[in-house]
Design a protein around this ligand. Structure first.
Ligand code: NAI
Ligand SMILES: C[N+](C)(C)CC(=O)CC(=O)[O-]
Length: 337
């Protein structure tokens, strides 16, 4: 890799598989969760956070998460001792092969911080923001090397929820988005690489549609928080752990699948069930839904999908029941004098 390339930032400094050191800038709920994930995946982690109690909070978070991560299986050389907390941002990024930013969700903070990181990190080192919804285009405006900045949006906790949504901004180089997706995959994450910027990305847009509806119902006295959470955990949420909303509704159509589901329940989209603007269910949208759902079904018949769904629901229900029994037994032990 020529020096010129490195200086111009037109190429990554290191191959994703050769990363050894990850810098975590911002070590709160998410930054700390990222640190735990990268430590368990066998990386050295160098963290910086301006809060006076940040190191204590970070080490507490990692220590609390570590037993679960050991149960899941640690990577070779994984160790809590591979965590270093430093006193300055420059120290944290100076030797980093990758940087994960997890500062507060304020655009002015992100713009200033990403500019500072981009000025201090070695050329060609990719920098990802954990932002929940800002576009990299609006966050990279002050960075001198915007080409290496991407969004790498996790789900809480990053050491257990596998998804990370990756998308670049208008000034992000294609290699940086590709590099970030390859690195997160190497680091054990499930990666969705988005082709276009979309506020809130994918997972948050879906869950925040439900969140807005929940706030409406609670605000209007139509449902309680308890009813809403029960409705989701005992209903749709149970299925979404393994079949997303589209494949789930493919089965709502019975043998007719998504096509029948749309024909049968399509008109219901117009019912005032939700305050959200319902899309026009055009023939094009119908055909696209059917086509893409069939792709996800990947040739599995409705019967086979029903069997897979039921097997997984039973597994999740049994796992939840097992945890409930264990916690009930622990509670009884604690009550026993
Ligand atoms: N909490 C969540 O469920 C999720 C949060 N995120 C995103 O992760 C980012 C961080 O959110 P949380 O960890 O929840 O917030 P948090 O408030 O728990 O942690 C933020 C940390 O950033 C530190 N900080 C403040 N100013 C800073 C600066 N200028 N430079 C570096 N660090 C700074 C704070 O001391 C704090 O420790 C946000 O962009 C958020 O949208 C993404 C997915 C889920
Ligand atoms: C509440 N939140 C928008 C910060 C949540 C996320 O961004 C993802 C998640 O972990 O649900």
């Amino acid at each position: 890799m020529t020096e010129q390339h490195l200086l111009t930032g037109r190429a990554p400094a290191i191959a994703p598989a050769d990363v050894r050191t990850v810098a975590c800038i911002g070590a709160g709920v998410i930054g700390g969760g990222w640190a735990a994930h990268f430590l368990a995946a066998g990386y050295d982690v160098v963290a910086w956070d301006p809060a006076p109690d940040a190191e204590r909070r970070l080490r507490d978070l990692v220590a609390t998460a570590w037993p679960a991560l050991e149960d899941l299986g640690l990577a070779e050389r994984a160790a809590i001792d591979n965590l270093t907390v430093v006193a300055t941002l420059a120290e944290a990024v100076s030797g980093a092969d990758f940087v994960q930013e997890s500062a507060p969700e304020r655009l002015d903070t992100k713009v200033a911080l990403l500019a500072e990181i981009a000025a201090a990190a070695p050329p060609g080192v990719v920098v990802a923001s954990s932002t929940s919804g800002y576009s990299m285009t609006e966050m990279q405006t002050a960075a001198a090397t915007p080409e290496r900045l991407v969004v790498g949006h996790p789900f809480n906790p990053p050491y257990l929820a596998p998804l990370v949504e990756v998308v670049g901004g208008e000034r992000t180089a294609g290699w940086a988005t590709e590099w970030a997706s390859a690195f997160y995959t190497e680091a054990g994450k499930t990666v969705i690489t988005m082709d276009t910027e979309l506020p809130g990305f994918i997972g948050n847009r879906i869950q925040e549609a439900a969140w807005r509806e929940a706030l409406h119902m609670v605000g209007a006295g139509e449902a309680t928080v308890a009813q809403i959470d029960q409705a989701m955990t005992s209903g749709p949420g149970l299925r979404w752990a393994f079949f997303g909303p589209c494949l789930t509704f493919h089965l709502a159509g019975g043998e007719g699948g998504m096509a029948h589901m749309l024909d049968h329940f399509g008109p219901a989209l117009k019912y005032p069930w939700t305050r959200l603007e319902s899309p026009e269910l055009t023939p094009e949208l119908r055909d696209r839904m059917v086509e893409q759902t069939e792709e996800v079904a990947a040739g599995r018949s409705i019967t086979r999908l029903i069997a897979q769904r039921d097997r997984r629901m039973i597994a999740v229900l049994n796992a939840l029941a097992e945890v409930d029994r264990a916690e009930a037994a622990e509670a009884r032990e604690q009550e026993t004098p």
